[in-house]
Design a protein around this ligand. Structure first.
Ligand code: NAP
Length: 276
């Protein structure tokens, strides 16, 4: 078994994820895994970074596929005996002009952004080694979507006592409400992406609390963040930040020094803790 520290970035064949891998290859003292769902796209990204003189490693990972997540888990357990850095970056967003029915957009978006990310956490967080760092890439849109929720929902999502099961029930309810076209009446904002990212931010707050309760002496720090508005296939060419600039906050959180005890359980953008 290797004693080398190991970092994994999900959805890192392009965009912000690729820029995070590039930065970690330069700054993280260990093995960095570029992961993506399509091995062909992964290989192309790997070669791109190799041409820059970097040495990322590759493992397939489709966060929608539990078998794929578990295969990565077993690989990490066997080869490294755990994991030091996990960046949950993979995500999807329908384009504004997309005419796919809203209920379908809600189901598909929540499936990857919330349920897929949660499944990765469920399988990989038990592997985190002491002083491990977990970064869940959410979005500022989670904050604006939160403000668009009913007072009752806002209270639930801001609660320090909400459980993961309650959050899963709420995310499931959103998808069901969109199918019945009653989501607005039920207090939800009209954004599937926004609700999925509320899920990611709240999940991060819950997971950080659980780490405090169950693994206090292990000094693991877990945060959600927004990369900013970044020029990628998702956000388009008019966005203000380059992928490298978008990677800065996730990389800062992934590389928090072992002496740090904060931030933890926070929502961070531009390396600054934001109110939730
Ligand atoms: P992007 O260029 O579209 O890249 C998204 C990445 O996620 C791709 O590698 C994609 O893989 C991967 N992915 C999607 N579904 C996946 C799955 N089921 N399993 C594994 N990988 C999957 O988008 P981006 O702008 O870099 O976004 C990265 C993260 O930042 C996302 O979580 C996004 O919500 C968040 N974010 C972005 C912005 C922005 O302005 N760009 C702002 C706030 C937050 P494929 O190539 O196979 O599709």
């Amino acid at each position: 078994m290797s004693n080398v520290p190991v970092a994994v970035v999900t959805g890192s064949n392009k965009g912000i994820g690729l820029a995070i891998v590039r930065a970690l290859c330069k700054q993280f003292p260990g093995d960095v895994y570029l992961t993506c769902r399509d091995p062909g796209r992964g290989q192309a990204a790997l070669e791109l970074l190799q041409q820059e003189g970097l040495r990322p490693l590759f493992h397939q990972l489709d966060i929608d596929d539990l078998q794929s997540i578990r295969a990565l888990r077993e690989f990490l357990k066997e080869k490294y005996g755990g994991l030091n850095v996990l960046v949950n970056n993979a995500g999807i967003a329908f384009k504004v002009q997309d005419t796919t029915p809203f209920a379908v957009q809600a189901e598909v978006t929540l499936k990857t952004n919330f349920f897929g990310t949660r499944n990765v956490c469920t399988e990989l967080l038990p592997l985190m080694k002491p002083y491990g760092r977990v970064v869940n890439v959410s979005s500022m849109v989670s904050s604006s979507a939160l403000r668009g929720c009913s007072q009752e929902l806002q209270q639930k999502f801001r609660s320090d006592a909400i459980t993961e099961e309650e959050l899963v029930q709420l995310m499931t309810k959103f998808v069901e409400d969109t199918k019945k076209n009653i989501h607005e009446k039920e207090g939800w904002p009209n954004t599937a992406y926004g609700v999925s990212k509320i899920g990611v931010t709240v999940l991060s707050r819950i997971q950080a609390r659980l780490l405090d309760e169950q693994r206090k002496g292990e000094h693991i720090l877990l945060n959600a963040c927004c990369p900013g508005w970044v020029r990628t296939d998702m956000a388009g060419p008019k966005a203000t930040k380059s992928p490298e600039e978008g990677a800065e906050t996730p990389v800062y959180l992934a590389l928090l020094p072992s002496s740090a005890d904060a931030p933890h359980g926070q929502f961070v953008s531009d390396k600054t803790v934001r109110a939730w």
